[in-house]
Ligand binder design. Structure first.
Ligand code: NAD
Length: 495
């Protein structure tokens, strides 16, 4: 874990992480890995003002040229994938292949955004008036604020920033206070890409270091045209109304309580592997982690004991080591919340296996399974840890209804080889989530689709598909190329 070597290769000067009021510990063994200087209200103000100036210049740069900057950013990420991926693992605790995967996701969204920079298509619309035509055009929106969570410390920034930059919007990013070092490193890579690009305006992409106060300053500033906030539903409940109060645009990516259904026709070996990855992988610290599993009564006895066996064999330990599948929880608070939830599950009559503390330093846990009789109480809360609540069901409609009864609506899945069941699950009367999968778990999304969820997950969509439209303003234009002035709807107003 030589941070100095890593940071040097990533182009970060030691002064940026060797002193400062915010101490950064690695969840791997709890040791200190850096100190960064938090922003003050004054420096945040100066950064917002700089971003606003950058907007005035950047919005006039042709979109394909803006794409060239993002292409260069993608090149820097490719060249530094290994170092940045390793830093993600050290700072967030996810296993190395997931740390590298997170950087790959950044590269993928850069590629996507470069192509998109030549495809910000509008519409032409038939006018009802003679000698007129109408069109719909997309213009840059303004400064985009990005608040991110600890568990995807860099990918979430790139989902937003790659799109915002090609759309003509500068970005200000406030990473989680638990993972600021990866943000400092990403900023250094962006600066390198911008220097090679040549004429990017000052302040086009900046970071703000701090906690809730710094985030709130972005939320409450009218110059932030769009605030994209990723984190808990608690955070969204605070941020959403504040943004609405100033008519600011929000893109909320909040908590999930994701479910899976295993039907009698499912390929059980495939389902077992998918459940292990999505429920126990990343130590249950993905917004899309599988938290509730509905297993049909006919296959319950063949699947659940195997699942328990597989759980007991998962290797828990140092996420930098080859062969480790489950790294640590992010901190003590997370560990305590996991054990509170397991106690509640037991008090509700649940049969719990796993959940033990593993090792000495750091908060390592064995993933837990809780076989539950009733779908209520603690089951309805998102506990950001590897706990899978398992239920027996007899009727698919009943299982879908229980799945949908959670307050959150992020991701969902069904394991089946019956096309009627699969299509039922994907239909308008099936899963009510933003993401619905067949024969894969609920986690591990690709950048090509719009990512996000309904209900208490916040309703935002980012990344692929037409998510770019959130970062632009739509203008409806009507052009009269005649010498007459006919009014719409046949209205007469002769002067
Ligand atoms: P968190 O809500 O504690 O913090 C997230 C970010 O919000 C941090 O940067 C924090 O400083 C900031 N913040 C907190 N309160 C704020 C406020 N009042 N105003 C402005 N900023 C504020 O979340 P966390 O523990 O870092 O991450 C875990 C949570 O994030 C889980 O609930 C998980 O489901 C969710 N998450 C959602 C997605 C998604 O795309 N839907 C992705 C990743 C994580």
């Amino acid at each position: 874990m030589n941070i100095t070597d890593l940071m040097t290769r990533l182009g970060v000067d030691e002064s940026a992480y060797a002193s400062g009021g915010l101490v950064v510990d690695t969840p791997i063994d709890g040791s200190e890995i850096g100190r960064v200087a938090p922003d003050s209200a004054e420096t945040v103000e100066a950064k917002i003002a700089g971003a606003q100036d950058a907007f005035l210049a950047w919005r006039a740069v042709p979109a394909p040229r803006r794409g060239e900057l993002v292409r260069r950013l993608g090149e820097e990420l490719r060249a530094h994938k290994h170092d940045l991926g390793r830093l993600v693992t050290i700072e967030s605790g996810k296993i190395l292949s997931e740390g590298l995967g997170e950087v790959q996701e950044m590269i993928d969204i850069c590629d996507f955004a470069v192509g998109l920079s030549r495809q910000l298509y509008g519409l032409t619309i038939a006018s009802e008036r003679p000698g007129h035509h109408m069109r719909e055009t997309w213009h840059p929106l303004g400064v985009v604020g990005i608040i991110s969570a600890f568990n995807f410390p860099v990918a979430v920034w790139s989902w937003n920033a790659a799109l915002a930059l090609i759309c003509g919007d500068p970005c200000i990013w406030k990473p989680s206070e638990k993972t600021p070092l990866t943000a400092v490193a990403v900023q250094a890579l962006f600066d390198k890409a911008a220097a090679k690009f040549g004429d990017a305006p000052e302040g086009l992409s900046q970071i703000v270091i701090g906690g809730r106060d710094a985030g709130e300053q972005l939320v409450n500033d009218r110059r932030i045209a769009l605030l994209s906030a990723t984190g808990s539903t608690r955070m969204g409940r605070e941020v959403g109304p504040q943004l609405a109060g100033r008519f600011g645009r929000s893109l909320l990516e909040l908590g999930g309580n994701n479910a899976g259904i295993v039907t009698p026709s499912a390929d059980l070996d495939l389902a077992l592997r998918a459940v292990c990855f999505s429920a126990a992988g990343t130590a249950g610290q993905r917004c899309t982690s599988l938290r509730r599993l509905f297993v049909h009564e006919k296959i319950y006895r063949s699947l659940v004991p195997k699942l328990k066996k597989a759980y007991a064999s998962l290797s828990v330990g140092d996420p930098l080591e080859d062969g480790t599948l489950i790294g640590p929880l992010i901190d003590q608070g997370s560990f305590e919340r996991m054990h509170y939830a397991l106690d509640r599950a037991k008090a509700q009559g649940g049969q719990v296996s796993g959940g033990e503390h593993v090792g000495e330093a750091g908060y390592y846990v064995r993933p837990a399974l809780a076989e539950m009789e009733s779908h209520d109480g603690i089951v309805l809360a998102e506990t950001f840890a590897p706990i899978l609540y398992v239920f027996k069901y007899s009727d698919l409609d009943e299982a879908i209804a229980l799945q949908n009864s959670a307050a959150q609506g992020l991701s969902s899945c069904i394991f089946t080889r019956d096309v009627l069941e699969a299509e039922r699950f994907l239909s308008a009367t099936g899963s009510d989530c933003g993401i619905a999968n067949v024969n894969i778990g609920p986690s591990g999304a690709e950048i090509g689709g719009a990512f996000g969820g309904e209900k208490e997950t916040g309703g935002g969509r980012e990344s692929g598909s037409d998510a770019w439209k959130a970062y632009m303003r739509r203008q409806t234009q009507t052009i009269n190329y005649s010498t007459e002035l006919p009014l719409a709807q046949g209205v007469k107003f002769d002067v």
